[in-house]
Design a protein around this ligand. Structure first.
Ligand code: GRG
Length: 288
């Protein structure tokens, strides 16, 4: 099913952000946005939107505007995170980062363009009440109380000792918040119950934490080619993470613990949670 979702997501993203028309004087920003948005990526977050919609009895194709919106916010965050004023990375999704190709100013604008386009996309959801609810949850999770806040902790804690509490707050913001938004938007798209929303919360919290801890492990043990980005980044920038606090083995034990809890969370949902369970298990051992 992941392949089916992915194909639909790729198609919907291409439709949402077509190539600029010839002679468009602002074409370069669209090209930069398309370069990052359409240039690879596992599409985990938009797949979560579609899977939660289906789990809650909705028609997953109708959730595509929300799925595209999530992927656009995610891609904007990667472009900005890679900028010299943040993590200063030169590889992403197996290619030079946006600012390496288009320059810093244009990469900044490409990120801004994707963030704003995301809300235009979400507003295109067929039912206006659910569109508004989805937009509210996306804005909340992407903003200062979510991803932006997590990134703030990440930047301001570099070079300092971090403890488990700070690390958790950082990862809840930086990584979990957008994964939570993805799961919530799927439930909202299907007009799911409060119980389903509760399950989506627990699942996303656990999958999000497992995803980030696995990311910390891959930063040490991973293969840069498979990952499509540089490794050893956290230690080079003197950033604390789960591996620096616990070591690889104990960090993976945490990944497995969170993954087990994610699977349990789905037992409270009405539909068939097999896809989401398989996805959580696959992510726990991912290599990219
Ligand atoms: C700039 C507001 C702002 C936030 C940046 C995305 C982010 C927050 C930082 C990037 C570094 C990082 C380790 C983030 C944690 C989330 C994460 C592991 C992102 C990578 O997600 P994947 O692996 O990427 O799903 P693809 O390319 O597959 O979509």
């Amino acid at each position: 099913m992941l392949d089916v979702y992915r194909e639909a997501i790729e198609e919907a993203l291409e439709l949402a952000l077509p190539a600029p028309e010839e002679g468009d004087p602002a074409a370069v920003v669209t090209e930069a946005m398309r370069y990052s948005l359409l240039g690879g990526g596992k599409r985990i977050r938009p797949a979560l939107v579609l899977a939660f919609c289906e789990l809650c009895g909705g028609s997953w194709r109708e959730a595509l505007p929300f799925a595209c919106a999530i992927e656009m916010v995610h891609t904007y965050s990667l472009i900005h995170d890679d900028l010299p004023c943040m993590d200063d990375d030169d590889m992403r999704r197996g290619r030079p980062t946006c600012h390496k190709v288009y320059g810093e100013a244009m990469a900044l604008l490409a990120g801004d363009g994707l963030l704003t386009k995301a809300f235009e996309c979400a507003a295109g959801f067929e039912d206006s009440r659910r569109a508004l609810a989805g937009i509210q949850r996306l804005a909340h999770n992407a903003g200062y109380a979510g991803m932006v806040g997590g990134q703030c902790i990440d930047l301001s804690s570099a070079g300092k000792d971090v403890d488990m509490e700070l690390l958790k707050a950082m990862d809840r913001g930086k990584t979990v918040a957008l994964i939570r938004a993805a799961c919530e938007l799927g439930v909202i798209a299907a007009d799911g119950s409060a119980e389903s929303l509760g399950s989506a919360w627990v699942y996303s919290e656990c999958v999000g934490m497992a995803f980030q801890i696995r990311d910390d492990i891959l930063d040490v043990t991973g293969d840069a080619k498979k990952l499509g980005k540089n490794t050893g980044v956290d230690s080079a920038r003197d950033k604390g993470n789960y591996v620096s606090l616990l070591g690889v083995e104990r960090a993976q034990e945490l990944v497995d613990m969170y993954t087990r809890k994610a699977l349990e969370a789905l037992d409270g949902c009405p539909g068939d949670g097999r896809f989401l369970k398989d996805l959580a298990m696959e992510l726990a051992g991912r290599e990219n």
